[in-house]
Every structure is written in C-alpha cells, then in structure tokens.
Write a protein that binds this ligand. Sequence first.
Ligand code: NCD
Length: 304
Amino acid sequence: MRHDHITSAKQLSRGDIETVLDRAREIAADPSSYADRHAGALLGLLFFEPSTRTKMSFSAAIKRLGGDVVDMGPVEASSVKKGESLADTVRVVEGYADALVLRHPSEGSAQMASEFVDVPLINGGDGAGQHPTQTLLDLYTIREAAGLDDLTIGIMGDLKYGRTVHSLAYALTNFETSQYFISPESLRLPQNVRYDLDEEGATVEEHTELDPVLSDLDVLYITRIQKERFPDESEYRKVAGQYQIDTTTLDAASDDLTVMHPLPRVDEIDHDVDETSHAQYFQQAHNGVPVRMALLDLLLGGNQ
Ligand code: NCD
C-alpha cells in the first residue's frame, strides 16, 4: 500500500482494498505466523470519543503482531483538559509511537491531524465524517459472505450522521454493486456524498421503506441512529425507533441475505435475528482484529 495515512475510504482503490483483505485472510488462517512480525512496535491510541470495538480490536491487533499500545486514556485525564490543541497532541504522541489511531468528534480532524505527523495516522472515526477501517472489516465480511461483485446492498438507518455508511458507500464504488439507501427523509445521505457517488458512476437508489427492496438484497447493512450527533434531541425523538427489523421482517428476504451492523445496536435488530443464519454482525466485529492486523502490518512495512 502506498498510503502513509488512512483518513478516508475515498483514498482506497480496489487494489488497496484487495491487498488488505487478502492479507487479513492469510492472517485469519494462521494468526500465529504473524505473532512476532512487529515485535516492539507501538501503536498510539488517541480516542476523544467512546469506543469499544475500534479501540479494543486495534489493541488486540497490534498485540497479536508482537507490539503494544500507548494509550492517551480518557480525554478528562489528558492535557486536552488543559487546553492543548489536537495538532500539538498528535505532534507530541508521534514521538511515542510508530503509528497513531485517532477518534475525534470533529469531521475533518483526522485529515487535519495527519498533516502534522510523519508516522501513519489512521482515522478511527471523525465525527459524522469517515471510518475507513470499519469499512475494511465490513468489506472483508461482505466478501467472505457474499462476494463483492454483482452485489446488491441495502444500507439502512442514519445515513446522514453515520460515518460507517459514508466510508462504505465510497469504498463500494470500486466494485460492481448496487447500493440502495433506506432512511427517513431527514436522515438521507448527505448531498456531497451522493454527489460523489454519482460522479463515480455508482448505481444508487434512495428509499424510505425497506419492504419494496428487501427481496432484492444480498446484504442488509443496518446502522444506529447517531443520537449524539443531533443538534436537537426532539429531532432525534422523531426518528428514534424507526427502521427496526425482526425475524418476521426477514420472511420476505432471500434465504442468503446477510445482515450486518457496525454495532453498537440500540433497537434496530431484534435479538431473535441473532439466532438466524442471516446474522453476521458479531462475526463482523470479530473480523476487526485480522483486518486491523493486516492494515497495521502493511502500514508498518510488512511488504518487505
Ligand atoms: C460505529 C462508529 O463509531 O461510527 N461504531 C464502530 O466503530 N463499530 C458505529 C456507531 O457508533 O453507531
């Protein structure tokens, strides 16, 4: 891979994606052969927003490559509380680590921060912007379950604030996919994302209901309404609880439908779906470790 920083899924070509996913598959097949690959490497974790999966799977990934983490810890206990700027924080922490993962509430923060550092900086989610490593594990999961070409995917829920959606939508333009976006009017895909997809010649439809398209789908990717991003809680309440699925909803789906969710779920997927063969969301979360191992391996010089 020729990228130093991974800030947006827009920068990932089909070749880049396949390189990461192929490496992840090799790692998943024989993790122990990678155990000392990056002995002594340190990954700096800068999480300015809550995280379970992204932070823990990055930690697991670097440790399974023989490295370790240096973690800024909670924002409240860091010098950010003393008024330190993000640019200064990353300039300091790059001296402590071989690569950085940044999660931050401001859209564009990862791109900005990357301009201040020489070590690879990975965007672990920038506000409602992008979450490119989630996309890599989403693509890995889709490829293993359904293949990435000739695919019809429904992406449903909070398409406006859902950064995993924005990254996935861009990355899928590298493949022969039809993307059906299903959301309330108020949470449609941002116009700039839709514009970019059209520029890429992507096959895109927007819908407000799942039912008319469900039987066409190979993959249904469901997202949480991103409550924390609503400027006004009453706007959240208007859409909360919409777009839930249960096993009855899935009666109309193909037997091979793969149901995905970046997690955490709130009430979008009834727990009865967990027991069906459609449910891939826990496997999807687990795939975060080999995929992040593959990405770190490539960024830390695993090509040699
Ligand atoms: C997502 C995120 O942080 O954007 N979580 C994750 O990384 N798996 C999705 C979400 O919070 O809804």
